[in-house]
Ligand binder design. Structure first.
Ligand code: PDD
Length: 284
């Protein structure tokens, strides 16, 4: 089955979808994106992703070519056309095509592209049972990581550094403190306390993070939103990451050293279960 994608108002086979070589997403990484998961053919936390998308666009003075209702309809239509049961939808909006100039063009029409990725077994990921290994690397990204832009080269490099070290991902570190994973938010657990970096320009304001922290507090867990060091992570009882594609995923090793018992912990397992249960119920 040929995948059907969405480009600027049209649903097309992926082989027929085209974007200009002058698109500022291509030339300047002048674009923002969202990744929303699909479970049971329904969208997980669509409203959260739509809200963050608008914030990213506003921060860059970029026009939104669609309303939230239109965006939801496009997501649903792509899920239907591609018969997705479990997987992801990628959405990208760029400032559009214009002659190359560093200043934002005045009259460019934004480009909007969406495509699905079928991932059967997304929720039953075997990594949730074994846990991930991470390495720590210096955070060399730009200073506005709260805007979800398509500038993902350093995170890609980080992922390659992790692979080369035999690990699954890298946690990025600034001034001795963990910011986040290459494509996820990072957490440690000590006793009954969950620690994760506070919101600011240094990290992406994860949609999964917001839901997981809400569920943790509702379950009477203590949450501290503050920076934590690499040493603190290595001495933690548990560690985990969150993202729209991994949900809540245990981390069992950092820089070759086991974290806690070196296997997925109870707090992480419980949060993963609560998150998946609650978000499936609220899916649209
Ligand atoms: N990444 N931090 C970074 C740097 C991210 O790229 C992501 C998401 C997150 C988690 O955000 P959320 O919970 O809203 O998915 C944190 C997506 C999944 C990606 O790039 O594929």
């Amino acid at each position: 089955m040929t995948r059907i994608v969405y480009v600027n108002g049209d649903y097309l086979p992926e082989t027929e979808a085209k974007v200009s070589i002058f698109d500022r997403g291509f030339l300047f990484a002048d674009g923002v994106y969202e990744v929303t998961s699909i479970l049971g053919g329904k969208l997980i936390d669509f409203a959260g992703h739509a809200k963050r998308l608008q914030r990213s666009l506003d921060e860059l003075a970029m026009a939104n070519p669609v309303t939230e209702d239109e965006l939801l309809a496009i997501h649903r239509e792509l899920v239907r056309l591609n018969e997705i049961d479990e997987g992801l939808i990628y959405l990208q909006i760029t400032r559009g095509a214009a002659d190359r100039d560093f200043a934002y063009p005045k009259d460019a029409t934004p480009t909007i592209v969406l495509f699905t990725q079928s991932k059967p077994g997304l929720a039953e990921n075997p990594l949730a049972r074994t846990g991930m290994k991470v390495i720590s690397i210096e955070d060399q990204r730009w200073g506005r990581r709260d805007i979800k832009t398509v500038q993902l080269l350093y995170p890609s490099m980080g992922k390659m550094m992790a692979k080369a070290a035999g690990a699954d991902d890298a946690w990025m570190v600034e001034d001795g403190h963990v910011t986040e994973g290459t494509s996820n938010n990072a957490y440690i657990v000590k006793g009954n306390t969950i620690v994760t970096r506070h919101l600011g320009n240094e990290i992406l304001h994860g949609i999964t993070r917001a839901a997981v922290l809400r569920f943790a507090r509702e379950a009477q867990m203590v949450v501290e939103e503050r920076p934590f060091s690499v040493a603190e992570a290595k001495a933690a009882d548990e560690a985990f990451i969150t993202s729209a594609s991994a949900f809540v995923m245990p981390v069992v090793e950092m820089d070759g050293q086991p974290i806690g018992a070196g296997k997925p912990g109870n707090v992480t397992a419980r949060l993963r279960e609560i998150y998946l249960d609650e978000m499936r119920k609220a899916a649209v």
